[in-house]
Design a protein around this ligand. Sequence first.
Ligand code: NAD
Ligand code: IPM
Ligand code: MN
Length: 338
Amino acid sequence: MTVLPGDGIGPEVVEATLSTLDALDAPLSFDVLDHVNASAYRRSGHALTDGDLARITSGSAVLLGAFGDPALEDTDYVRSVLLRLRLEFDLYANYRPARLWQDRLSPLRDPSKRAVDCVIVRENTEGLYSGVGGALRAATPWETAVDADISTYHGVSRIIDFAFSVAAEKVCMVDKANAVRSGGSLWQRCWREAAERHPDKRASHLYVDTAAMKLVTDPTEFEVVVTNNSYGDILSDLTAALAGGLGLAASASLNPETGFGLYEPVHGTAPDIAGKGIANPLATVLTAALLYERLELTAEADALRRAVTAAIAKGRVTPDLGGDLSTREAAAAVRAEL
Ligand code: NAD
Ligand code: IPM
Ligand code: MN
């Protein structure tokens, strides 16, 4: 398996996670590419070489910390690493579960609404992220920016089918078909067709503004939410906050057909706390649990989640969760529970 620690808190949480995973004795070896980062990009103009890509391709999966640097302002860097990997391996299904880890971590006032246990299924290769567009009359007062919001029948059908395949009971499709004309009607058509293909599951629909409101007022109503790239990006930070924060939010970018996956926490490089040794490693530990689950190392995945739950229950956590442990100490606390 390839490991891309990345930038900012990425290397901190990845190092801590690997030290926890060592205790599991799982049949996995790690090929760590720590030279893929923002400083390499600044030096050479590219971060991911063809050689790196070949090493990644020969592995079974990728575990990634986070990529991004406040000094690199345009989208080219993140596009050349993170978004490139998602496209290169056609990782169209971004699976972002959110389950409240401890009642006291919920921001909601009403205890009966706190028990969120849902998954955001985000389309991961199309939408506003497709890079189609450009600037007209750039650097003039008439500058006009166009970023095409691409939806294809192929792309929308397959992500909705994936959402049904991971749901036990119900899927809610979220779009903005009341305002976004062509994409809206394509999502609606794919949705109707998919609902007919999956009569055993309950299918519902919400506009994204209402979905955001309902996720906050009663997240217990949701099981699987399927949506486009941008709405999925935003709603998965929202559900992360409901489940205890970005420090706990796991994510996997998958191609269900090839089985290849990029396992990356929901959070970014957190420049505000990078280098302080206080980043929460649990999102990456739980992301590794998603990886183990996909590799059918179910006992290891369960052990990791139980150990995380126990460490949280004992308050053996980093400051974002109200504890006073460092990144390494928090990872060691999980390891001690294994
Ligand atoms: P962020 O997720 O990095 O941080 C948002 C807030 O959450 C910050 O206050 C941060 O301190 C906190 N936070 C995040 N992860 C945490 C953790 N593990 N423990 C404790 N606190 C944590 O989002 P941002 O500040 O908007 O973005 C920073 C950079 O990261 C940008 O360059 C952005 O593009 C990039 N980014 C990368 C990824 C990725 O590689 N998958 C994801 C999101 C953002
Ligand atoms: C995420 C991140 C990325 C995204 C950024 C860094 C491009 O926010 O993985 O959620 O929007 O996909
Ligand atoms: Mn995001």
